[in-house]
Design a binder for this molecule. Structure first.
Ligand SMILES: [Fe+2]
Ligand SMILES: [Fe+2]
Length: 167
């Protein structure tokens, strides 16, 4: 595997690990405030990011590279509102999308079509996760400060998924 590409994939491991820790922290925030549906949503998101991370680890190692497991900083746990919680979710996904696009760009520069092909799964995944985050934010904007709206949002969030996870 091309060294520069291996490094970028190792960086990507860190971003997925960071997202996994961030969503676990967001699940805790929701869980301790009585938002059980939102907590479940973020517990699941956290597990999915861990799967994204492990997929990269295995890919690097199977192609005779060396996956490096990174230290992860303490994630944010101070959210002022549901709106801020979900804005953080969208920002996190947009950040990861930017990094994935950069890996794709570098794969083309280095003519590494193998990794380029592998990364297409992540491109599809990011499209869906950003769409989910935007859908949820749109709903929160409609609800505004209405407490009964927040109650219903929490109750129904796990039925709002916009699309299936790519396989
Ligand atoms: Fe991810
Ligand atoms: Fe994600």
């Amino acid at each position: 595997m091309i060294k520069e590409i291996e490094q970028l994939l190792n960086d990507q491991i860190k971003y997925e690990a960071k997202a996994s820790a961030q969503y676990l922290s967001m699940a805790c925030w929701a869980d301790t405030r009585g938002y059980n549906g939102i907590a479940d949503f973020f517990y699941t998101q956290s597990e999915e990011e861990r799967v994204h991370m492990t997929k990269l680890v295995k890919f690097i190692n199977e192609r005779s590279g060396n996956a490096v497991i990174p230290a992860v900083d303490k994630p944010r746990d101070d959210f002022k509102s549901l709106m801020e919680l979900f804005e953080t979710f969208l920002e996190s996904e947009e950040f990861v999308t930017g990094k994935i696009n950069n890996v794709i760009y570098e794969c083309l520069q280095h003519k590494d079509y193998n990794v380029h092909n592998f990364m297409q799964w992540y491109v599809a995944e990011q499209l869906e996760e950003e769409a989910t985050a935007r859908t949820l934010l749109d709903k929160l904007k409609i609800i505004g400060d209405d407490k009964s709206g927040h109650y219903l949002f929490d109750r129904d969030i796990n039925t709002f998924q916009v699309a299936e996870e790519p396989k």
